[in-house]
Design a protein around this ligand. Structure first.
Ligand SMILES: NC(=O)c1ccc[n+]([C@@H]2O[C@H](COP(=O)([O-])OP(=O)(O)OC[C@H]3O[C@@H](n4cnc5c(N)ncnc54)[C@H](OP(=O)(O)O)[C@@H]3O)[C@@H](O)[C@H]2O)c1
Length: 319
């Protein structure tokens, strides 16, 4: 059987538990395709699960080794017998194996053919790998918050993987967007169309006044502090799952409508954002690329909480 290289964990722990392993190249079932992966996106949930935190870690604890990675872009290498919508050689991207299987940190993966987006020539495979999980989280958070034109929206962590996409999607909906970041990211966040708010320059309510809706990508005390900005009856969507209940409870006590969320893979949303990338109406910022064997560094980077845009692993793609 043909072998491929993967980055896996055999136990939970620090980024150093990530290690290369050899595995058989998987065989696609009738509805799947085999993909030669060019790039895999790195997300905070990869690092949390690697550390043994959260639901996916609990479910996988007796099934190690586990290969992280939910975002991939690459080239179709083989078709399952029933696949008619793709051809060998097509470039595709997808949000795969979420939340249990993962598997993207690998030279080859199989995925359901109808869960993949075609990547047009004008979109790079790096962007295509950086988009799915973060983009769909941004999209679904704005939908849940029912953001409409003319409303004032505050997005916490506007410079991060999800945040920099959420800012652009909210601006495209015609909302008046403010987004928090450190001073180092003020120009970047402003370039996306938001009023950039430096969270170290004083309480947010004093800096921006009242808003209609809050997209909380920080959670915890930062998310709770930002509730002061939301107008009575306003909406809150808090995205980090671990603190969602605490933020929602505080929000409800203040008479706000609050919800947490777990992103759900949607090929339609991925296609829509791929079209925006192609049209130039959405920009993806990739802060850093690492070789698969340098995944430890990629996890240290994502765990720093200071990433501007996305982190990506380069597997079969060029650096
Ligand atoms: N529930 C779900 O389905 C779901 C899906 C996706 C993500 N998430 C969660 O959502 C969160 C955001 O994900 P992500 O991928 O966007 O993370 P990320 O890319 O790692 O976010 C990094 C950004 O956070 C900013 N930041 C750090 N401290 C800040 C503060 N006090 N105020 C405002 N911004 C701050 C940093 O900007 P500065 O350096 O400028 O401070 C940096 O740009 C994570 O907790 C992730 O696990 C949940």
């Amino acid at each position: 059987m043909k072998q491929c290289q993967q980055l896996a964990i055999t136990r939970f722990g620090e980024p150093s538990v990530l290690a290369m392993q050899s595995a058989e190249v998987p065989q696609p079932t009738a509805s799947q395709v085999l993909i030669k992966v060019a790039y895999a996106g790195v997300n905070p949930i990869d690092a949390k699960t690697r550390a043994g935190l959260g639901w996916a870690a609990q479910q996988n604890k007796d099934k190690l080794p586990w290969v992280p990675g939910y975002d991939i872009a690459g080239v179709v290498a083989e078709l399952g017998s029933g696949v008619t919508n793709l051809s060998v050689g097509d470039t595709v991207s997808g949000f795969i194996g979420f939340p249990l299987l993962g598997g993207g940190y690998s030279e080859y993966v199989v995925a359901e053919a109808d869960a993949l987006s075609l990547v047009s020539e004008s979109v790079s495979l790096v962007e295509a790998a950086a988009l799915p999980l973060a983009g769909q989280t941004a999209w679904q958070a704005l939908e849940k918050a029912q953001i409409s034109a003319g409303e004032r929206v505050l997005i916490l962590a506007g410079a991060g993987g999800v945040g920099h996409i959420a800012v652009q999607l909210a601006v495209a909906k015609g909302a008046k967007v403010a987004a928090t970041c450190s001073s180092a990211n003020v120009a970047f966040v402003a370039s996306l169309g938001a009023t950039a708010v430096d969270y170290r320059q004083g309480p947010l309510a004093e800096q921006i006044g009242q808003i209609d809706a809050l997209i909380d990508l920080m959670g915890g005390d930062v998310g709770i502090a930002a509730l002061n900005c939301v107008k009575p009856g306003g909406r809150v969507v808090t995205i980090p799952t671990i603190t969602a209940e605490a933020v929602c409870e505080q929000a409800r006590q203040r008479g706000l409508l609050a919800e947490g969320m777990l992103v759900s893979p949607s090929v339609e949303q991925n296609n829509a954002m791929m079209a925006m990338l192609q049209a130039g109406t959405l920009q993806l910022h990739v802060a850093a690329r690492y070789a698969l064997s340098d995944g430890e560094k990629a996890h240290q980077k994502i765990e720093s909480g200071r990433t501007r845009g996305k982190v990506v692993l380069s597997i079969g793609g060029s650096h």
